[in-house]
Design a protein around this ligand. Structure first.
Ligand SMILES: [Zn+2]
Ligand SMILES: [Zn+2]
Length: 256
């Protein structure tokens, strides 16, 4: 079982969607509120600093049966409070939905679903994050490689919760909360502009072969943090942390 698990390559990724059209974004207005339809990393500074937004609402939408653990959501909020200046607080806004599709999703379908159901958007002083926990699987999953999460656009990520549950909590598999927390924090890290994705690097730690990931092996933003997940299972379960270079990048872009 362990071998089987280790052979399966768990992927955490991000995808650029073309940013907003001019129609979406009011032009020539004083201090316009940034749209939620921009590209991954575009709102990094807005998450990190409180210059534009002092509070954050996380709209958590899950397909019935695939609710993330409350502990994992609390861990994400704690990660956000550790790195981001949000003195007005971070609030969870949570609800379930019926299965929205055929269970085999590409990013265009995910984005279409978001446009149908998203209810929280940036408003004056409050930034909105859309986090969807979905049934089914990523359309390119194979027996040896599955996608657990994708950050897309500037304030959105999707977690393939059915897949994540399939690979956690059995006797030889990682702890569910450790795995969820790792994936949620990693995807949120991309929205914070890591690595070199809207947050400038203060030192060169970009993994050039694996796009916008950190080259420090045990960093949360390493492309193989899934290796940490499986090791975590054996050692009792530690969520990978950001290394000092990733933290320095965030601090230089207004974060803690
Ligand atoms: Zn990633
Ligand atoms: Zn790093």
């Amino acid at each position: 079982m362990i071998k089987q698990f280790l052979r399966t390559f768990l992927l955490l990724t991000f995808i650029f969607l073309v940013g907003c059209s001019k129609d979406d974004d009011p032009q020539n207005t004083p201090n316009p509120i940034p749209s939620n339809r921009l590209s991954t990393g575009d709102s990094a500074a807005d998450f990190l600093s409180d210059e534009l937004f002092s509070s954050l609402v996380i709209e958590v939408v899950y397909v019935e049966g695939y609710q993330p653990s409350q502990q994992s959501l609390d861990n994400l909020v704690s990660f956000i409070n550790t790195r981001c200046h949000k003195s007005g607080g971070v609030e969870l806004n949570m609800r379930s939905i019926a299965e929205p599709g055929d269970g085999d999703y590409d990013i265009q379908e995910i984005d279409d679903i978001e446009q149908d159901i998203r209810s929280q958007f940036n408003t004056e002083n409050r930034l909105a994050l859309f986090a969807m926990f979905i049934n089914g699987k990523w359309h390119e999953d194979t027996d040896n490689s599955v996608v657990l999460g994708v950050a897309y656009r500037n304030t959105s990520f999707v977690i393939f919760e059915e897949t994540l549950q399939r690979f956690s909590d059995q006797a030889t598999e990682p702890d569910r909360v450790v795995m969820e927390t790792t994936v949620f924090n990693h995807e949120f890290g991309h929205l914070l502009g890591l690595v070199d994705l809207g947050t400038d690097m203060q030192s060169d730690h970009l993994d050039t072969e694996n796009g916008h990931h950190c080259d420090v092996e045990d960093c949360l933003m390493n492309y193989r943090v899934e290796a940490g997940i499986s090791i975590g299972n054996i050692s009792g379960g530690d969520v990978p942390q950001l290394d000092s270079q990733c933290i320095a990048d965030l601090q230089a872009n207004g974060g803690k």
